[in-house]
Design a binder for this molecule. Structure first.
Ligand code: AMP
Ligand code: MG
Length: 406
């Protein structure tokens, strides 16, 4: 067990080097595929659009004929789902609605606002080019093209794309199973009365479970465990039997009632338990039989930040997801930001654009116990381990809150 304070990057690298992504897959209906990770690439079985069609309500014409200024006789109409039958005769046009198939022979659509219409014919008022207002077959998605790759986590747009090529079921990696429990004699469940002034509500289990829901993992909620080594041992035994990852909150520090590390050491193996980050230390990572263990700090902000920054990448990797691109930006500090060298700070900040540049300032209390600061912030101000206090006007790295925090 490493007793050193690991830099954040070293902790992430140590975890990354050990995790092997899950390979088991399942087939799920498109309606419940949001946020799941694709197990295999998806190739388009058809073109989208599947036929040349009109992008406007107007008249389908031959552009060259329309440009002569001669009247074009309206010989029929085409509606979405109801095409014009046959080929467009010379010197004529077809009344056409958005999404309707282009008549054979027509090569452009004049917007209805750009014609002069008499009873039976139109005169074009615009200068038309071939292809104007026509959506060509295969112009969005080409048949046989790879539309999505293995390891992509499906967004709402991906779900729409899959529907557009007629796919009703997708092969995804099975859900990562995460067992979660909170720990501490002082904790009381929401909805119950606080028995004394030294009790507080168990907020961690709820915020952590909500964050996990955003990752589409299967949460096995094992409730709240007292500061009792026997009870902790029992819950660890249960958790490691049922989950790929066991996440606890609190009890990993060096206090007299912090039994998690001892029980973990007995049942498994702790790799490291100190990360040089603020908030965040202590954070324990190890192995429990064939499960992974993440022991999160008890202070609510520290629990939230380590879940977001340290546990999230591991869960994404385990789920077979491709590593996401960095979402860090540079911003100007709008005020002095206090910092001591030695740990990477994830300060809660609020950024906004002013006069064409991003400005950021820390928001609320930076205490690791004050959850309201996270609720009011919209980003982390990531201050490098060796950095000292930042002066107003200096450049800092910001990381807008991701899906787990918004
Ligand atoms: P510990 O890691 O057990 O020393 O806890 C550190 C701090 O976090 C203490 O002030 C605890 O009361 C608080 N804490 C621990 N667990 C929770 C929880 N589930 N919800 C809210 N606060 C907690
Ligand atoms: Mg405790």
């Amino acid at each position: 067990m490493s007793d050193k304070w690991l830099p954040v990057s070293a902790a992430l690298a140590a975890m990354q080097s050990q995790i092997t992504p899950l390979t088991a897959t399942e087939s799920v209906d498109l309606a419940v595929a949001l946020d799941r990770v694709l197990a295999a690439p998806v190739y388009a079985p058809i073109n989208v659009p599947g036929f040349d069609n009109s992008a406007m309500d107007g008249y389908a014409v031959r552009a060259a004929e329309a440009n002569t200024g001669e009247p074009l006789q309206v010989v029929g109409s085409a509606y979405a789902g109801h095409p014009f039958d046959g080929e467009l005769p010379l010197a004529s046009c077809v009344r056409i609605m958005t999404g309707a198939q282009m008549p054979v022979g027509a090569d452009a659509v004049i917007m209805q606002e750009q014609v002069e219409r008499t009873d039976a014919s139109i005169v074009c008022q615009a200068n038309m080019q071939t292809g104007d207002n026509v959506r060509l077959r295969g112009s969005d998605i080409h048949q046989d093209a790879m539309l999505l790759t293995a390891g992509q986590r499906l967004t709402a747009t991906h779900v729409g794309l899959l529907a557009s090529i007629g796919i009703a079921k997708v092969e995804v990696i099975r859900k990562v199973k995460v067992a979660l429990f909170s720990n501490g004699d002082e904790l009381v469940q929401p909805g119950e009365a606080l028995p004394s002034s030294s009790h507080l509500y168990d907020s961690n289990r709820f915020v952590l479970s909500a964050m996990l829901q955003r990752l589409a993992v299967e949460v096995i909620d094992l409730g709240h465990i007292a500061d009792d080594p026997a009870a902790l041992e029992a819950v660890f035994q249960q958790a490691m039997r049922s989950a790929d990852v066991v996440i606890s909150s609190a009890g990993v520090s060096v206090g007299d009632a912090d039994f998690t590390k001892d029980v973990m050491a007995k049942l498994g193996h702790i790799e490291f338990w100190k990360i040089a980050m603020k908030p965040g230390k202590p954070f324990a990572f190890g192995q429990l039989g064939s499960s992974w263990f993440c022991g999160l700090p008890g202070n609510p902000v520290a629990a939230v930040v380590t879940m977001d920054q340290i546990v999230q990448p591991m869960l994404r990797q385990l789920a077979g997801e491709q590593a996401p691109a960095s979402t860090n930006y540079s911003a100007e500090a709008a005020c002095t930001i206090k910092k001591r060298p030695g740990r990477t700070d994830f300060q809660r900040g609020f950024f906004e654009q002013k006069d064409g540049k991003l400005l950021v300032r820390p928001i609320g209390s930076q205490s690791s116990a004050v959850l309201t600061s996270v609720a009011r912030a919209n980003c982390f101000i990531v201050l490098e381990q060796d950095r000292d206090t930042v002066g107003a006007g200096e450049t800092v790295t910001i990381q807008p809150f991701d899906a787990l925090l918004t």
